[in-house]
Design a protein around this ligand. Structure first.
Ligand code: CS2
Ligand code: MN
Length: 358
């Protein structure tokens, strides 16, 4: 297990990489280039500059999150082939500097969705939350709402320049069924996995967050059967999953620990996001992102880590989102303090598993 933390880069992340380095057990950064338009080939000089920044801090850069997928690939438009060729070239360039895992998602139009960016908890901290009521409006209203809560910081996929077109983007999917979206994902994987095998980079698809349809959009990475379908669509260890326990764990019908165990055993988890969520009511879907520590959430993270450990997991983990604690401000979910507590907790669980099992 290699513990990592996401970092948004020297210019854009209020969290200093030197502070991330001080978290015990931290080995690497999960990074990305955020200024390359989706679909374009990543420039080699920028990739190298990121690697240099990370290594100067004494950390490694072996995981990228994300190389995003152009909408035309998800829609299966004829123009997808050009974007897939670009994607392959980015994979080759990332391999050259030692990247081992690429996280990506196949969610139409936008990435994760929360309706509350600073939901207050009883201990005075704030956290992100998702309430179904919050999406019973038009996407434009939801976008405006989230932006106003978020000091103008956009959710991924909800960037102001895309918002102009969000209704149009969503409309493009009107006739796209889940089966169509699955076919488009399979087509993409069939093209890129041979390249990944050749250059030794594992692809790791991130589950849909939340793991069910919203705004009538098709979603195909929601549960055990979806994950199995994807693994079998192109049967290669290079076609893997980012096991995000917070996303899969947002549907009370998902048996999180069993899902983690199954896909770890199948050697399809090169990368895991391990965090907790707390359902407001048992059986319901409204939830907030709690502290990682199991008694504070609805999932048992000891059992999650044990499912990874017992099934031979040797990939990368990151604590994913954290609450805002100790007066920290900045990008919701991505402060330093609570993610550091989460990382340390997970590292402690792993140490206990190792010592008791060896
Ligand atoms: C991440 C996702 O911040 C997060 O919630 O887990 O945004 C993730 O980076 C993407 O879905 C992966 O493509
Ligand atoms: Mn995640």
């Amino acid at each position: 297990m290699k513990m990592t933390m996401r970092w948004y880069g020297k210019q854009d992340d209020p969290v200093k990489i030197d502070y991330i380095r001080q978290v015990p057990g931290m080995t690497g950064i999960v990074g990305s280039l955020f200024d390359v338009p989706v679909g374009e080939v990543w420039p080699e000089d920028k990739i190298l500059a990121l690697k240099t920044d990370v290594e100067q801090a004494g950390l490694t850069l072996e995981v990228i999150e994300s190389v995003n997928i152009h909408e035309d690939i998800k829609l299966g438009l004829p123009s997808r082939d050009r974007y897939i060729e670009n994607y392959k070239e980015t994979i080759r360039r990332l391999a050259k500097i030692g990247i081992k895992v690429i996280c990506y998602n196949f969610m139409p139009v936008f990435d994760w969705m929360k309706t509350e960016m600073a939901y207050p908890l009883a201990d005075g901290s704030t956290t992100m939350a998702f309430f179904l009521e919050g999406v019973q409006k038009t996407p434009q209203e939801v976008a405006d709402d989230v932006m106003s809560q978020n000091e103008g910081l956009a959710l991924p996929g909800w960037e102001p320049e895309r918002l102009v077109d969000i209704t149009k983007l969503i409309a493009q999917y009107q006739d796209v069924t889940e089966a169509d979206l699955r076919n488009n994902l399979t087509y993409f994987l069939q093209q890129i996995i041979p390249v990944c095998e050749a250059v030794d980079i594992k692809m790791a698809i991130h589950p849909d967050d939340p793991p069910y349809s919203i705004f009538g959009l098709p979603r195909i990475v929601k549960n055990r059967d979806d994950l199995a379908y994807i693994c079998e669509a192109v049967d290669s260890p290079y076609n893997g999953i980012t096991m995000c326990t917070g996303s899969i764990g947002e549907d009370p019908d998902n048996d999180l620990v069993a899902i983690v165990a199954e896909f770890a055993k199948r050697d399809r988890i090169p990368f895991a996001h391990v965090r907790n969520v707390k359902f407001i009511e048992a059986g319901g879907r409204d939830c907030y992102e709690s502290a990682h520590y199991s008694p504070y959430g609805s999932h048992d993270l000891f059992e999650v880590m044990a499912a990874l450990y017992d099934n031979g997991f040797d990939g990368y983990i990151r604590p994913d989102h954290g609450r805002m604690i100790w007066g920290e401000t900045g990008r919701p979910g991505y402060g330093l303090y609570d993610r550091a507590l989460g990382a340390m907790y997970l590292t402690g669980l792993w140490e206990a598993l190792e010592k008791r099992h060896v």
